[in-house]
Design a protein around this ligand. Structure first.
Ligand code: BDR
Ligand code: CA
Length: 324
């Protein structure tokens, strides 16, 4: 007998790899995306919301998830975006593409978000689905931190929170010490890590091992395949120039790990976030010294290893199957 799809809420800042992750979640038979909440990160929140709407218009999932816009800036800092990686439009410049008769290929969505109170939507979903709910965060943790401030007991009852963020044994990607999602809003990340949530971190320790190369892209097919081919070249080129080896599938791996946790090996750790460092703001720190009890007072489980090829195939097979 087929098991029922698991209800998920995705908090996101699309973003090219966020867009891939949303496509992956929306086409995963074992996940049912009940709500998408947007947050400022890779791009300003209004752009993130428009991109989430574009993806919903393209994939037309049934039932259609609630789309709620959230925080427009981090808790205590000005927003720092990553437009150099994801393009000013967050979709690698794809919104400038035209159809043969001169119309935008990915037009601005005709309607706005259903709601503009993402933290409340997170809490409402937690109340409605409780232990059945998985919350997947793919951007800075601002919305979740705001939701926790008013509704911590409800949020502690969800089944799982899977957050793409952090770097424990490897360098950062936006600074030598920090991973982007944590660095943009370290105060929010610190609050989330101290909240007693059933939290799993999927960070650069594993996401840098699971990559998309240009040769992995399928030939042009239907609308979804073309969308993926249209949004990826700029980020692929940026990643090749910066580090080589293709584009890390950061956010898709978080969705994959939510769907199939056996893709990663998890370690319980007491992870803290540096919020005051001159050179280390946004760094995720755990005591990994042998025999120092990094587990005592554990705040989360961290993906410290991944079956990289299995995870890459898991992601690409689901994405390409959705478009065949
Ligand atoms: C994270 O930062 C963003 O640029 C990506 O979308 C991903 O969520 C990786 O550090
Ligand atoms: Ca993201």
């Amino acid at each position: 007998m087929a098991t029922a799809a698991r209800p998920v809420v995705i908090d996101t800042d699309p973003g090219v790899d966020d867009a891939l992750a949303l496509c992956l979640a929306l086409c995963s038979p074992d996940l049912c995306v009940e709500a998408i909440t947007t947050v400022a990160g890779n791009v300003p929140v209004e752009t993130a919301t428009r991109n989430a709407l574009r993806i919903l218009d393209l994939l037309r999932p049934a039932p259609r998830p609630v789309l709620a816009q959230g925080a427009s800036e981090p808790l205590k800092r000005p927003l720092q975006t990553a437009c150099e990686v994801h393009g000013e439009d967050g979709l690698g410049g794809a919104t400038a593409l035209l159809t043969p008769d001169g119309r935008p290929r990915y037009p601005d969505p005709p309607i706005g978000p259903d709601r503009t109170d993402a933290p409340e939507v997170l809490a409402e979903m937690a109340e409605r689905f409780a232990a059945r709910l998985t919350i997947i965060t793919l951007g800075p943790l601002t919305n979740l931190a705001l939701a926790l401030r008013g509704h911590a007991p409800l949020l502690r009852k969800v089944g799982q929170v899977v957050a793409m963020g952090g770097a424990l044994r490897v360098p950062g990607n936006v600074t030598p010490a920090a991973e982007f999602n944590i660095w943009v809003d370290p105060e929010a990340a610190a609050e989330v890590l101290q909240a007693g949530l059933p939290l799993r971190l999927v960070g650069l320790d594993v996401t840098h091992q699971v990559r998309l190369a240009a040769r992995d892209l399928p030939p042009p097919g239907d609308l979804v395949t073309r969308f993926i081919r249209d949004i990826t070249p700029q980020t692929l080129a940026w990643s090749e120039a910066a580090e080589g080896g293709g584009m890390p599938l950061h956010d898709p791996l978080a969705v994959a790990a939510a769907a199939d946790p056996t893709l990663c090996a998890w370690e319980e750790l007491a992870v803290r976030v540096e919020t005051r460092g001159e050179f280390t703001t946004g760094m995720t720190v755990a005591d990994l010294r042998p025999g120092r009890g990094g587990r005592s007072g554990a705040t989360c489980e961290v993906a410290m290893a991944v079956e990289a090829e299995r995870a890459r195939r898991f992601i690409l097979e689901r994405l390409w199957r959705s478009s065949s």
